[in-house]
Design a protein around this ligand. Structure first.
Ligand code: PEP
Ligand code: MG
Length: 754
C-alpha cells in the first residue's frame, strides 16, 4: 500500500495541470482499491459548491456540471462533518440525494473523505461500489491518507496557480500579508522566477511517438550546450585556462556519445524523453556519489545540475532567457541569492518570496543592497503574477497585486516622503556618532557584495564589522580560486584602509547553501555549518585565510572572524591553521605580513557560557544576534510559519545579550555586535546602554542609527534598558521602546506610515 501511495502522490505532484492530476487520482485510487467508482469533488469557493471535477465510473458527461452545496447530499455532508462517511447502503441515508445526471443509482456502498488543508475543506474524495458492504478500516485509512497528501498538493497548486480551478485571466487586485524583510516601498512589474526542474519528481511514462521524444531531447540538449558556451565565454577573461576546461568538460558530458547517447538509447526502449533523462542522470549520480575518489564524487553535482538544465528545457518546451524590465520586482516561491547578481542593479526594484523570512540570508542581502523585500507570503498566487503591476511595501510586509490608481498614487507619495527622509538623514550623516552627553560609539558596516564604500565612508562608517565572505562563494559556480579571492579581498581592504575590515571565514551550511556543493541534512541549522565545515576542509580554510593575508599585504587592516564557534577547541584549531598560513607566507614567500587580530562570533548559546575561556584565546568577540536568537528561541530564522515568534526583543534574548556584554567586560575583551539588531535604531540604543563597544550594520541603517544615537544621552538609554530588562514578554519590550522613541521624537525613524 505504501508503495502505491507514494507512486500516486509522486505522479500527481508532477502533473502539468489540475485536470491531469485529478484524472491520475481517480484512475489510480479506483485501481488500487478495486472499486467501481472513484470521483473527486472540489469546492468552488466563489459559488460555495462542491463541483464534480473528475470521475471514473459515474457518467463522464456530468463532470463540471454537477455540483452540490455543503448542505446537499452525502458529498456536502462529508465536507460539513470534516470526517469520513462510510455507508453500506448510501441510498438509505437521510442525506442521500439522487442526481440523475451521474447515473449513480446502481451504487450502494459509499466512502467519502474530506480533502482538508489548514483547517479548510477543499473537496471530497469518494469511492463507490455496486454491492452493499461497509469499507473496512484499512480502506478507509488508505483513502484518508491519500486525501491528506492531496490536500497539500492541491492547496499548493491552487496557490501557485500551476493548477488553477478558475479560468485563466488577469489576476484581480488583492492585498497579501507577508513578513517585512527589507525596508522600502516599490511599484514595479512582476518577473516570476520558476523553480529549477526537479529530476526526482519526473514520473516514468511510455511514449507512442519515440521520434518526437528524440527530437525534443536533442533540441533541449543543444539549447543547454549553447547556454553553457555563452556562460563560458562570459567568464573567459575572469577565469584561468584550467578553469575554462571545466566548461569543456560539461560540454563533453552532454555529448551525444556519452550521457546523451544513453538517454537516446532509453528513449528507443520506449520511454518518454523526460523520464529517460531523469533515469540516466540519477543512475550516474548514484554511482558517482559512492566512489572513493573525491574529485569524481564532486562530478555527481555537475551531472545533476546538467540534468536539471536539460529537464528545464524539456519542460518549458524551449529556451528560457529572462528579460528584465526597467522596474523589475522578482517574484518566486524561493528566490536564490544568485538572482541578485543576474538582474542588472539599476533594474531591480524589489524582491517578493513565498518562502523565507526577514532573517534569511536573502533578506539580509536585500537590506545590504537597499532593495525592499517581502517574504513568507504563503498565500500569494505567485505563478499567476508575471508581467503584472505590483506594489511592494517592505515596511509592513505587504504586497498589493494590480492596484487601482488611487493606491498607486498613495504609494508614490510614500516613495517621495521616503526620499525626503533619506535626504534629511544624509545631511547629518557626516557628523560623528556621539550621544548628546559625548559618549562615542563606532558604527561599522556589514558587507558581502562589493560594498558602496564611498557612501559608507560618507556616512562615517569606521570600518567593516562583518564581511560575509560566503556571499561571493554563493554567487559563484564553483569554489573561487585563491587568486580570485585575493582580488576580491584586496578591493575591500584597500577601499576602507586604514580602517579595519573584519573578514569572517566561510560560513556556509544551514540556510546558506552553495549551489555547487549541496549539503543534504535532516537538520541543517544544527549540522555541518560555518567553522565545523571549514575545519573539516582545511584546504578550503587555508586557501581562504592565505587569500585574506596576501590581500592585506602593506595595508595591515585585516581582522579575521570565526563563525559558529561552540567550543574552545574549534578556536584553537582554527588559530593553528591561521598561524600556519601566516608563517608559510612570511617564511616561504617573504611577505611582510603583520599578525591579524582573530575574533570569535558569539552566536551559539554554548559560547555565551564560555566567554572567559574564549577571551583567553581570541583578540575580540563579535555577537551574531541573528543566530543567537534562532538558537535561544528554537525558531528557524528562515521559516515563515514561526517567523512571528522570532524577535531580538524577546526578554530571554535581551538577558543573553546583557550577560555577554557583562562577561566580556569582566574578561577585559572588546565586544561588538554585528547582527540585524544593531541596525535597528531602538536596538542600537539598548546595545549601547549594555556596553557594546561597536555596532556593525548594513549601509541603509547607518544614517538612521546615527540619528537615533545623536538624540539620546547615556542615562536615558540606561534607564530604558533597565525598564525593558524587567519585562516578561516581547510585546511589553516593544511597547516600551515605541513609547521611548516617540517621546524622543524618533518615531519617524521607523519609516513612512500609512
Ligand atoms: C548573525 O548570526 O547574527 C550574523 C551576523 O551572522 P549571519 O547572519 O551571517 O549568520
Ligand atoms: Mg550567524
Amino acid at each position: 500500500m505504501l508503495e502505491t501511495l507514494r507512486k500516486i502522490v509522486q505522479e500527481v505532484g508532477s502533473a502539468r495541470n489540475l485536470q491531469t492530476a485529478l484524472s491520475i487520482i481517480v484512475r489510480r485510487v479506483r485501481k488500487a482499491m478495486g472499486t467501481d467508482v472513484c470521483s473527486v469533488y472540489l469546492l468552488d469557493a466563489k459559488r460555495g459548491r462542491y463541483v464534480l471535477m473528475d470521475t471514473l465510473g459515474l457518467n463522464p458527461a456530468a463532470i463540471g456540471l454537477v455540483s452540490l452545496a455543503p448542505s446537499e447530499g452525502l458529498v456536502g455532508y462529508v465536507g460539513q462533518r470534516e470526517e469520513p462517511v462510510n455507508l453500506e447502503d448510501a441510498p438509505q441515508h437521510s442525506r442521500y440525494r439522487y442526481l440523475p445526471e451521474t447515473g449513480e443509482e446502481k451504487y450502494h456502498s459509499f466512502l467519502g473523505v474530506p480533502i482538508i488543508h489548514q483547517r479548510h475543506a477543499l473537496g471530497v474524495l469518494v469511492v463507490q461500489q455496486k454491492i452493499k458492504r461497509r469499507f473496512d478500516e484499512g480502506e478507509e485509512a488508505f483513502l484518508v491518507t491519500i486525501a491528506a497528501q492531496l490536500a497539500a498538493l492541491l492547496a499548493h497548486a491552487q496557490i501557485s496557480g500551476s493548477m488553477n480551478l478558475l479560468p485563466s485571466g488577469k489576476f484581480s487586485s488583492a492585498s497579501f500579508e507577508g513578513l517585512p524583510a527589507a525596508p522600502g516601498v516599490a511599484i514595479g512589474q512582476a518577473v516570476v522566477i520558476m523553480p529549477i526542474a526537479d529530476l526526482d519528481s519526473v514520473p516514468e511514462r511510455l511514449s507512442d511517438d519515440l521520434e518526437a521524444e528524440k527530437v525534443s531531447f536533442l533540441q533541449a540538449l543543444s539549447w543547454v550546450r549553447e547556454d553553457i558556451r555563452a556562460v563560458g565565454a562570459k567568464l573567459a577573461n575572469r577565469v584561468s585556462v584550467q578553469e575554462q576546461a571545466l566548461f569543456d568538460a560539461y560540454l563533453q558530458m552532454l555529448d551525444e556519445e556519452s550521457l546523451g547517447a544513453e538517454v537516446i538509447k532509453r528513449i528507443e526502449e520506449g520511454h518518454w524523453a523526460q523520464g529517460a533523462l531523469a533515469y540516466v542522470v540519477k543512475r550516474h549520480v548514484k554511482y558517482l556519489e559512492k566512489v572513493e575518489d573525491s574529485y569524481l564524487r564532486e562530478r555527481a553535482a555537475d551531472i545533476r545540475d546538467l540534468g536539471r538544465r536539460v529537464l528545464a528545457c524539456l519542460q518549458e518546451g524551449g529556451e528560457v532567457r529572462q528579460e528584465y524590465p526597467p522596474n523589475t520586482l522578482l517574484v518566486g516561491e524561493e528566490l536564490s541569492p544568485t538572482l541578485l547578481g543576474e538582474v542588472p542593479k539599476e533594474k531591480l526594484l524589489g524582491l517578493i518570496s513565498v518562502k523565507g523570512s526577514s532573517n534569511s540570508h536573502l533578506a539580509i542581502l536585500a537590506r545590504a543592497m537597499g532593495i525592499p523585500a517581502v517574504m513568507g507570503l504563503t498565500d500569494l498566487p505567485w505563478a499567476q503574477l508575471d508581467g503584472q503591476q505590483i506594489i511592494l511595501d517592505g515596511y509592513r510586509g505587504q504586497v498589493i497585486t494590480t492596484p487601482d490608481e488611487r493606491k498607486v498614487r498613495q504609494y508614490e507619495l510614500f516613495i517621495q516622503e521616503e526620499r525626503a527622509l533619506t535626504e534629511s538623514l544624509e545631511a547629518e550623516a557626516g557628523l560623528p556618532c556621539v550621544t548628546r552627553d559625548g559618549h562615542r560609539i563606532p558604527l561599522m558596516l556589514n558587507t558581502g557584495l562589493a560594498a558602496d564604500h564611498v557612501r559608507a565612508l560618507s556616512y562615517g562608517a569606521e570600518g567593516v564589522g562583518l564581511y560575509r565572505t560566503e556571499v561571493q562563494f554563493m554567487m559563484a559556480e564553483r569554489f573561487p580560486s585563491e587568486q580570485e579571492q585575493v582580488n576580491l579581498y584586496r578591493q575591500q581592504l584597500s577601499a576602507f584602509s586604514p580602517r579595519e575590515v573584519t573578514m569572517r571565514t566561510l560560513d556556509i551550511g544551514g540556510d546558506k547553501p552553495l549551489p555547487y556543493f549541496p549539503i543534504e541534512e535532516e537538520n541543517p541549522c544544527l549540522g555541518w555549518r560555518g567553522i565545523r565545515f571549514t575545519l573539516d576542509h582545511p584546504e578550503v580554510f587555508l586557501s581562504q585565510v592565505r587569500a585574506m593575508l596576501r590581500a592585506s599585504e602593506g595595508l595591515d587592516n585585516l581582522r579575521i572572524l570565526l563563525p559558529m564557534i561552540s567550543s574552545v577547541r574549534e578556536v584553537e584549531e582554527a588559530r593553528a591553521l591561521i598561524r600556519r598560513a601566516w608563517s608559510e607566507l612570511r617564511q616561504d614567500e617573504g611577505l611582510p605580513l603583520v599578525n591579524p587580530k582573530v575574533g570569535a562570533m558569539i552566536e551559539v548559546p554554548a559560547a555565551m557560557f564560555q566567554i572567559q575561556a574564549l577571551a583567553e584565546r581570541v583578540d575580540y568577540l563579535s555577537v551574531g544576534s541573528n543566530d543567537l536568537t534562532q538558537y535561544l528561541l528554537a525558531v528557524d530564522r528562515d521559516n515563515p510559519r514561526v517567523a512571528r515568534l522570532y524577535s531580538g526583543y524577546h526578554p530571554a534574548v535581551l538577558q543573553a545579550l546583557m550577560h555577554i556584554a557583562t562577561q566580556a567586560h569582566a574578561a577585559r575583551i572588546p565586544v561588538s555586535l554585528c547582527g540585524e539588531l544593531a541596525g535597528d535604531p531602538a536596538g542600537a540604543i539598548l546595545l549601547m546602554a549594555m556596553g557594546y563597544q561597536g555596532l556593525s550594520m548594513n549601509l541603509a541603517s547607518l544614517p538612521r542609527v546615527k540619528a537615533a544615537i545623536r538624540r539620546v544621552d547615556v542615562p536615558q538609554a540606561r534607564e530604558l534598558l533597565a525598564r525593558v530588562l524587567t519585562c516578561a514578554s516581547t510585546d511589553q519590550v516593544v511597547g516600551h521602546l515605541g513609547v521611548f522613541m516617540n517621546e524622543l521624537g524618533l518615531g519617524w525613524l521607523a519609516g513612512p506610515k500609512g
